[in-house]
Design a protein around this ligand. Structure first.
Ligand SMILES: Cc1cc2nc3c(=O)[nH]c(=O)nc-3n(C[C@H](O)[C@H](O)[C@H](O)COP(=O)(O)OP(=O)(O)OC[C@H]3O[C@@H](n4cnc5c(N)ncnc54)[C@H](O)[C@@H]3O)c2cc1C
Length: 406
């Protein structure tokens, strides 16, 4: 099978991994990654966790040093892809140059959803997606006194925990009636809400920020939909992301809440794949289309495409998993815990170690674990085996999960 040169747009988790896996699988042709960030490809999760808290430099985040790319003949092209000429199989770059491809991989990720309220563009209203954001916030954490975090999702809460550890006054605003409501069970939301409250973070649920108040360029606070005003000198926004679909859409490829791909992660054009945060993929395992935002999804997609391009075509069937570190608590999720109709707890939230086993129509669909890495690892293996675990066994501390794997 001759594929020809492979171009990858985006040097995030998905873009990096597809390049590395292609070379590992013996791909010999030209391989180039178009990178619009001013850094070697790096890991994103620490940006709201260890990196934000710590003092290490950008080198600690890099997947590989520069020499890895030289040795493996992976060209890193510092540029931005602006258009795809599908008929000519040519990618146009912002610098004015154009590159020919045999196969194009879109790994364009996602960007922050921007807040649209008065004063939202002031300098002390910050977001957290890229390395430069984390560096910037690290510096601001050293001088700010009061931060309002808008959005109690994973990133907002990870940031809030770090800001509190650094001694700031922290208020978190959330429109929903519980934290991380779209992603986790009520049991896990409750646990994290309490843990943040105990750490001194004030969480305000069912409210919206309506405007940011300022004196010139200096933020003085945030006004809320219930009429209250919370003083602040820093605002951090974590209200979700938008997938970067425009490059694909402008080339006439189908897009919806992501770039539409089939079970093999191919777009409607057999010479173009899309992977990672930007891809809306067809999943027989979950019976529908999915777009996930996780490292597992990005890297497993990448491996699947690299395998296809080196002769091992198989549908994508990755088992989702995810983690979030909030202060000294670790949340790990195996499977997809949305759409459950029954939750069984194993362990004890009061002991800061428990798991929520989620069932749909009697079938275990996912496990959310708080400080119980063993349950998480069990979930990752067990869910892949298509076996059944009775809810009463999940809830019974005496029941040996390892035995269920045998
Ligand atoms: C702060 C933070 C913490 C996170 N923590 C976790 C975690 O704990 N666990 C977890 O599983 N996941 C976590 N995630 C999510 C995870 O990082 C993403 O799911 C993952 O990065 C997706 O990889 P990707 O390669 O698809 O996209 P990205 O990592 O977003 O990479 C896409 C890259 O493409 C570039 N790009 C876009 N368009 C173009 C173009 N036209 N030309 C050139 N380049 C382009 C972008 O600038 C970007 O560099 C976190 C994300 C963030 C932001």
């Amino acid at each position: 099978m001759t594929v020809g040169p492979v171009l990858i747009v985006g040097a995030g988790h998905a873009g990096f991994q597809v390049a590395a896996s292609l070379r590992q699988a013996g791909f010999k042709d030209r391989l180039a990654v178009i990178n619009d960030e001013a850094h070697l490809p790096y890991q994103r999760p620490p940006l709201s966790k260890a990196y934000l808290k710590g003092s290490g430099g950008p080198d600690t985040l890099m997947f590989r040093p520069r020499k890895f790319y030289d040795e493996h003949k992976i060209e890193l092209i510092a540029d931005r892809a602006i258009a795809i000429d599908r008929a000519a199989r040519r990618l146009k770059l912002a610098s004015g140059s154009a590159l020919d491809y045999g196969h194009l991989v879109l790994a364009t990720g996602a960007r922050n959803r921007l807040l649209d309220i008065p004063n939202a563009r002031l300098p002390n209203v910050r977001y957290l997606r890229i390395l430069d954001d984390s560096e910037d916030l690290r510096a601001r954490l050293a001088s700010a006194k009061r931060v309002v975090v808008i959005g109690a999702g994973f990133i907002g809460l990870e940031f809030a925990a770090t800001a509190r550890i650094k001694g700031l006054e922290v208020d978190v605003l959330e429109l929903a009636s519980r934290v991380m409501a779209r992603a986790v069970t009520a049991e896990v939301s409750d646990y994290f809400q309490n843990r943040h409250a105990q750490a001194g973070v004030r969480i305000h649920l069912g409210v919206m920020a309506t405007s940011i108040e300022a004196d010139g360029d200096e933020i003085t606070g945030v006004s809320l939909s219930d009429g209250r005003h919370i003083p602040a000198d820093l605002v951090v926004v974590g209200v979700g992301v938008l997938p970067n679909v425009e490059l694909a859409a402008e080339a006439g490829l189908p897009t919806a809440s992501g770039i539409v791909v089939d079970q093999h992660l191919l777009t409607a054009d057999p010479a173009i794949s899309a992977i990672g945060d930007c891809a809306l993929f067809e999943s027989p395992r979950f019976g529908g289309s999915l777009r996930l935002e996780s490292v597992q999804n990005a890297t497993d997609h990448a491996r699947c495409v690299a395998a296809r391009l080196t002769g091992e075509d198989r549908p994508y069937d990755g088992q989702p998993w995810f983690w979030s570190d909030q202060g000294d608590d670790k949340l790990q999720i195996a499977g997809l815990t949305t759409g459950y109709d029954k939750v069984v707890l194993r362990g004890d939230p009061a002991q800061k170690a428990f798991s929520a086993f989620c069932y749909r129509a009697g079938k275990l669909v996912g496990i959310e674990s708080v400080n119980r890495a063993g349950d998480h690892m069990f979930g990752r293996r067990f869910l892949g085996m298509h076996r059944q675990l009775a809810p009463e066994h999940a809830a019974d501390p005496g029941f040996d999960l390892k035995a269920a794997l045998a």
